[in-house]
Design a protein around this ligand. Sequence first.
Ligand code: ATP
Ligand code: MG
Length: 583
Amino acid sequence: MEEKRIRKDNEAFLKQLNMTDYETTYEHFKWDDLDKVFEGLPSGGLNIAHEAIDRHANGPLADKPALIWLGEDGQERIFTYAQMKKESAKFANVIKTLGFEKGERIYTLSTRLPELYIGAMGILKNRSVMCPLFSQFGPEPILQRMQRGDAKGLLTTKRLYEKKIAPQLDALPDLRYILLIDAEEDVDEKVLSLPSLMKKASDTFEIESTDPEDMSLLHFTSGTTGMPKGVIHVHKAVYTHWVTGAYVLDLHEDDIYWCTADPGWVTGTSYGIIAPWLHGATNIVNEAEFDAERWYGILQDYKVNVWYTAPTAIRRLMRLDIDPLERFDLSHLRVVQSVGEPLNPEAVIWGVEKLKMPIHDNWWQTETGGIMIANYPCMDVKPGSMGKPLPGIVAAVVRQNEDGSVTEITEAGKDGDLALKPGWPSMFRGYLHNEEKYKNSFAGGWYISGDLAYRDEDGYFWFVGRADDIIKTSGHMVGPFEVESALMEHPAVAEVGVIGKPDPLIGQLVKAFVSLKSGYAPDEKLKRELIGFARKKLGAAVAPKEIEFQEDLPKTRSGKIMRRLLKARELGLPEGDTSTLEK
Ligand code: ATP
Ligand code: MG
C-alpha cells in the first residue's frame, strides 16, 4: 500500500510534550527510574489506589476535580481528589467491615456511575481484587464469569440485580454480599443498600501494606477469537499506566481527559480510571452510549484536551455527515488516541481533515495491561501503522520454528508473530485457572501475542491480522486488515470484515462482508465496482473475490469485528462462544 507520512513539525506543539524525542527516550529508559515517581504506601509497598487518588488528595491537587460525571439525562456530578479519597475510603471500610479480605474477588456490574469508580478505588484500597463485568452482558455470561472467577462480592445496581443476578443467585453460593448502588434500603441480609452503608462508614482508611505483586484486577478478554480468558494483573501495573499516560496520552496535571471505553474492558480501567488519575488529570465519565452530537458536545463544552477512543467509534463518526469543526469548538483538543482493533489509514486521514489532527493508533491487549506499541504525539504518523514500542518495551516480529525455538525476523516488511520480551510491569501474571495456556503464550524467551505484524525499515510496526484470521490464498498469506483498509477507501463503504472461505482450487478465497454508508444501494453493480476498486489497489491475488453486503457486521460489545463469526456463519459451523456479541 502506498505510504503516507504525517509530519510533526509544529514546534510550539512539540515543545510542550512530555516526550519530545522518542528515540532518545527509548534508548535511555529504565523501569527502575520510575521508582521515584511513586510515593509508596506509608505501611510499605505499592497500591494503585494510593498512587492514583490519595497521593494527590494529600497534596496541592486536593481540591481539583478528579472525576466529572455526565449523567445520561444531563446531570453532572463532580468529585475532587479529596472527595474521591474520602468516598473510596468509605467504600473500603464498607467492604472491610463486611469481612472482605485481601485477594478476594469483588465483581462490578454497573453502568458508568460514579460509584463504579469509587468502588474500584475502594476495592483496591482493601487489597481485594476488582473484576469488572460489562453491564450489557446477559445473565449467562455474567454467571459464567462469576463462577469462573470465584466471586465473593458484587457491586451493582437495583435494576441489573433484579434482571440479571436475582434469578440465578442459587448458582452463586459463594457470593457473600451484593451491594446495590441505588437502593435506599437493604433487600435482605445478603443484598444490601450501599448508600446506607456508606453513610455509616468512616471516611478515613489506612491501606495495609500491599506487595506490588499482589493481584489487583481480574479482566476477561473480549472473546473475539473464542472463549474469553480471565487475565490476572497486579498492583505493579501502575508503572506501565504511568509511562503510557505520560508518553502516549501526553497527560499533564491540568488536562481534561476523556476515555470513551467502558470499565468492563481493560481500556476502561487502565485508561478510563487509573492512568489519568496517576497524572492528576480530570477524568470525564460519560454515562450515555454513543451519540455523535453528544460526543462532540462533550469535547467542546468540557474543553477536553486528550481523548482516547476506538476505531469502531471513529468509523461511526466518519459515517455521519457532520463536519465537527464547523459546528463545534474543539480547539482544546491536543491528542487523540485509538485502540481496540486496527485503525484504517482512512480514519487517520479523516482526523487530519476533520479534526485537524491525526488520530494516533496504538496496540495492546488485555494480557499486556497497558499500551505496548503506539504512535506518539512527538512522532511522525504513518497512517495504518501501530507505531513503535513503548520505551521500556522490546517488541519484535518472530517466527516460531517446529522444534519450539523462536527466530527473530529482522528483515523489514516480512510478516511474523508479534512478540514482546517478558517482564514489563503490567504483563499479565496468569490466565485464570489455566496455567497451561499461560505457559504456552511464551516461547523462546518471548511473549507471543497471537497477532501477526511486520516492521518497516523505519522501525514502525504494522498490523497484519490475528494469527487465526490469516487467509492463505493461492500460495499467498493475506492479512484481512490490508484488504479491509483498501475497501474502506471507497466512498460507499462504512465497515468491512474480511475472511478466508475454503476453496478447492486456491485453498482459501478472500471474501469481504461490507456494510454501506447511507445512500448507497447494495446491488450487483456496486459489488463489481468494489471488487474492481480493490483489485486496482491490491492486485487480483489479494483483492476479494466475493463481496456480501450486510447492514451491520457482528461485533464484540467492545466494538471489534468478529471475523470468526462471519466465517462460522458463512460455513454453517457452530458459532462458538457469543457471550460478548453485540446484540
Ligand atoms: P480474545 O483474546 O478473547 O479473542 P481480544 O483479543 O479481542 O479477545 P482484547 O484483549 O480486548 O481481546 O483485544 C486485544 C486484541 O485486539 C489484540 O490482540 C489485537 O488483535 C486487537 N487490537 C487491539 N488494538 C489494536 C490495534 N491498534 N491494531 C490492531 N489490532 C488491535
Ligand atoms: Mg486476545
